[in-house]
Design a protein around this ligand. Sequence first.
Ligand code: GLN
Length: 509
Amino acid sequence: MSSLVEQTAAELLRRLQASEVSATEVASAFLDRIASHDEKIGAFLSVWREQALERAADVDRRRAAGKPVGLLAGLPVAVKDVFCTRGELTTCASKMLEHFRPPYDATVVEKIEAADGIILGKTNMDEFAMGGSTENSAYRPTHNPWDNERVPGGSSGGAAAAVAAQMAPLSVGTDTGGSIRQPAAFCGTVGLKPTYGRVSRRGLVAFASSLDQAGPLARTAEDAALLLEVIAGHDPLDSTSANAPAARYSQTVSQPLEKLRIGIVREHLGAGLDAEIAAAVEEAIRVWKDLGAEIQEISLPHNEYAIATYYIIAPCEASSNLARYDGVHYGYRTDETKMLAQLAAERKAAEVNPARLEEIDTPLVRMYRQSRSEGFGAEVKRRVMLGAYALSAGYYDAYYLKALKVRRLIRQDFDQAFAKVDVIMGPTTPTPAYRLGEKVADPLASYLGDTYTVSANLAGICSLSTPCGFTQSGLPIGLQLQAPALEEDRLLRAAHMYQTATDWHLRRI
Ligand code: GLN
């Protein structure tokens, strides 16, 4: 029998239900694994050891007494540090929220706890979810469990690394332009970005509100289905949440799809794609043919504008969402004693030239300016400036409005494609995990890594990444599957079908 931490959530659940193992034993096994491995990996920003063990003991007591238990009863879950957790640090990996303890739980957190999932702690991420490597964390980088010199992807890098390094069987992340799927691809896990609105955003610290969506990371499609079933559904407290019933994904995930029509976007298999990833996707096409699927070439003609569109819309929304962190309403405030002394010194120095006095900030303006300068990291500042610029008078029509129009065209491309095929398939990322530090000085290179993922967010459809191979040097490769809005059931069933014919998802570090 393999050790507890190697097992999938579904296997653990079967053993928990059969009382072969207790929730306390399961939680302890993963907490011990975190204790022995996370110093090297850096997946967690905080670990909830005591609470997790208490909750696990409570599930064990209730199960022993024959009382009803939830769908996740006793299964550990790691939660990205972007979800509000009542009374517990929620930093978004930013110095800005270094001491933030929210007064309420995000709906996703409430639902996991109501289903008796055991939250193990909060995972590392790029600051405010901006980035694709988790190097933008203000606290520490996360290392890829397959090769510690490489990035785990991002922004949900901690959530993906936690699953890949067997420190949690399940985790929840968020995806604004690829932040669940891309780290899943880099770390060899499954990652699902649900349809916009499928999972409540209440209590999710906002990055770009028209794109943000929460979703599961897991080892298998079956496990992702289980966690999605728990967190999905309408939330009256999130006005953008979809008022459509969520399915019993865990019940249907193993049903094969008959006569599946899969669309391949030829443009996605051309220039810019790593040769080993291209070969892995070609191999996946062959697997699907054997499974009886019909493969069709399709075109998404506006996809080439997706990156440009996303990197206008996301920063515009970010600059507006992040305005609240001013050191007064929310967030870090600069040391005022030092700041006032500095202002006094500046004023004194300017006395010889009274015209210069006019240029010196008022204390209030300086407090805002300095709090934001010190509280935000470089990438967040870059996004705020990009967004504020694109939204400013004179540029609004040329950038923001135009981006919204292109977004519509991107969405129409998907509508047309989904009239012909059930699922669209291709690579999740153009390259496998790169070295830590490799792209830090070149933000554009990092943005281009989002080439295949951002369009699903712009279109609001659902999309997942599942392992489909390894490079010669042993790095995981992700296969992206996309389905129309609210068709998570189809997406998960397709991924499960693929996993019955392949074993890439079963490889362990
Ligand atoms: N890498 C993308 C970005 O930096 C996506 C981030 C995300 O999905 N949160 O914006």
